[in-house]
Design a protein around this ligand. Structure first.
Ligand SMILES: [Zn+2]
Length: 590
């Protein structure tokens, strides 16, 4: 049993999201408030491993592994609690009194520190007199002061070595500054120079607020318009979405992410209160980025530029997102407009109205796009289009949806729907059944009925103070068969604070007592369960009836014993006292 400072572990747990940590190794898909994936702790084909971000816990309905963020890392990486604490503390940016992380972690931490210092440097210069030009530029583009602060926008000055000098003077070793990618080697002179000069700087945050790299934009029409931190140990543009750190809560609560192309679009839309936007970083959307989105939502709305390039990218992004089983919608802006322009010209209300009125499902978008590409719609083209859509349409689970798109297609191509069906079926036969059906999450398979009555009552008691009080009054706290469950009730009963605080403390104690998995099982049930008053009463009656029956059984056995022994004196005594004994058993109100 490791002892540790509860405050530190609580702070770490508050800063990190269990979904993010789990998603590093498990592909998670969101369903309602939960995330599901294939359990990393036992072999399975249907996901029964679940994570609840609300409670920061995981539980596997297959192998009954479960617990909090620490339990997960301990189990996954084979760490003891102290090691898990150190690792997660480093990730959360929480200082422990003594840390002895691995070299890689140490290095990573140092480079993040370099980036943080660099961001601060750029930011301060932007806010200073030297940044006047950039401030003017941002003002012209409609960026507000609070946005500059929230995104820690900065200005990399014109000079060749300002940043390097600053960082070295701050005490960072050149090794780490090099690793950050912020300085570049000059081959001829065997020296280094700042990568970003005379650029507007956008720090690129990881979901947890760490700065992994930067994007720099020129202030005029010089090319390249944007440069990014080169790929480093820390920064891989395939794995990051711009704006996610600021947007993650909104994405989760709206259960939708708006996917944009550029930094500016992202900042401008978030500034206007459309908070659930993210942007891919000047690359075509990658599977890694799509998976990142899966952690927060099931729905993505693509809002790329209205030009040809933007529409072509939309088509590619659709396939990447659909591959991760995300539900995709598309809004096409009028030709030549990007989201930022469009918002600027029309204002927020009209912008939102436009989005509402022009949302298309990804299949409708594809249909329109394919038809637009063709000059004439002859038979050959029709077959080509149907084939291009076959995967999308065949992947639809709902026959009603399928029927709908077949009819849309039929109408647009002036064909009989039946013919399209036949063509789709042909396509279906030619294709191997896709893997996607296998990985589809069937949460219905998880038998919530597998929970015992005791577990349901325990969950109901922890969830609702009134239920807890009623049951405690009638049955006390030791009526559950499993000793772990009895413990939970007794510990919970003694905790002070409001319901929420008590649950958090209970979780900590369970973790310390090595009962994290048992507790996780109950927490998952707690989120689902809604026990009616009648059910509680029935349960109380049943437990009391069982108790009485057990007593009668004992009385009967005892009388029988005395009878057999021929001990009539004691038998008489016992029968005379039986009256008061029976009265006791009636106290439960039966
Ligand atoms: Zn499992």
């Amino acid at each position: 049993m490791t002892t540790y400072d509860n405050r530190v572990s609580q702070e770490i747990a508050d800063r990190l999201d269990i979904v993010d940590i789990v998603a590093e190794t498990v592909k998670l898909t969101r369903k309602g408030n939960r995330y599901w994936g294939l359990c990393p702790f036992h072999a399975e084909k249907t996901p029964s491993f679940s994570v609840t971000p609300e409670r920061n816990m995981f539980y596997c309905f297959g192998c009954h592994a479960g617990g909090d963020i620490f339990s997960f890392v301990m189990k996954r990486d084979g760490l003891d609690f102290k090691e898990a604490l150190e690792m997660l503390a480093a990730r959360a940016g929480v200082k422990l009194v003594s840390t002895s992380g691995s070299r890689d972690q140490e290095q990573r931490k140092k480079v993040i520190e370099v980036n943080r210092a660099a961001a601060e440097f750029y930011h301060q210069i932007l806010l200073s007199r030297q940044g006047g030009v950039v401030q003017k530029y941002l003002e012209n583009r409609g960026i507000k002061q609070e946005t500059i602060l929230a995104y820690k926008l900065g200005y990399a000055p014109e000079q060749w070595n300002r940043l390097e000098e600053y960082l070295l003077k701050k005490g960072f070793s050149q090794e780490y500054v090099k690793l950050s990618g912020l300085i570049k080697r000059n081959e001829n002179r065997n020296s280094y120079y700042d990568l970003f000069r005379n650029r507007l700087m956008f720090p690129i945050f990881q979901y947890n607020g760490d700065i992994l790299g930067f994007g720099g934009r020129v202030l005029d029409d010089t090319l390249p318009k944007y440069i990014n931190t080169p790929e480093t140990e820390l920064y891989s543009k395939r794995q990051v979405l711009y704006g996610l750190y600021q947007a993650r809560q909104a994405i989760r609560s709206n259960n939708e992410a708006v996917l944009l192309e550029g930094y500016m679009d992202c900042i401008k839309l978030q500034q206007a209160g459309i908070s659930n936007c993210v942007a891919s970083l000047g690359t075509a959307l990658t599977p890694e980025q799509a998976r990142l989105l899966c952690r927060y939502t099931e729905n993505v709305l693509i809002l790329y530029d209205g030009d040809e390039a933007g529409q072509r990218e939309t088509l590619r992004a659709i396939d990447v997102l659909a591959e991760e089983a995300l539900k995709v919608q598309v809004v096409t802006l009028p030709a030549g407009k990007d989201p930022d322009d469009f918002l600027e010209i029309n204002g927020k209300e009209e912008f939102l109205q436009y989005i509402q009125n022009n949302k298309l499902s990804h299949i409708e978008f594809k249909i329109n796009r394919y038809l637009k590409e063709e000059k004439t719609i002859n038979l050959e083209v029709k077959v080509k289009i149907i084939n291009a859509l076959k995967k999308d349409i065949n992947n639809l689970k709902s026959p009603i949806e399928k029927d709908y798109y077949v009819k849309v297609l039929a109408q647009k191509m002036l064909m009989e729907p039946n013919l399209i069906y036949r063509e789709l079926q042909l396509a279906n036969k030619r294709q191997n059944p896709t893997d996607r059906n296998k990985t589809q999450i069937s949460r219905d398979n998880i038998q919530y009925g597998n929970y015992s009555k005791d577990e349901k009552i325990l969950a109901a008691m922890l969830k609702d103070e009134k239920t807890f009080a009623v049951i405690k009054d009638n049955l006390g706290l030791n009526f559950l068969a499993r000793s772990e469950y009895k413990n939970i009730l007794n510990i919970f009963d003694q905790l002070k604070g409001n319901q929420e605080e008590r649950l958090v403390k209970l979780g900590e104690i369970m973790q310390q007592e090595g009962m994290a998995a048992v507790y996780a099982r109950i927490v998952f049930l707690m989120e689902e369960i809604n026990v009616e008053e009648a059910e509680v009463n029935e349960f109380i009656c049943r437990v009391q009836a069982l108790k009485i029956e057990a007593r009668w059984q004992k009385i009967y056995q005892h009388i029988n014993f005395l009878k057999v022994e021929g001990d009539f004196e004691n038998l008489l005594k016992f029968v005379l006292n039986l009256d008061s004994f029976l009265n006791e058993t009636r106290e439960g109100g039966i």
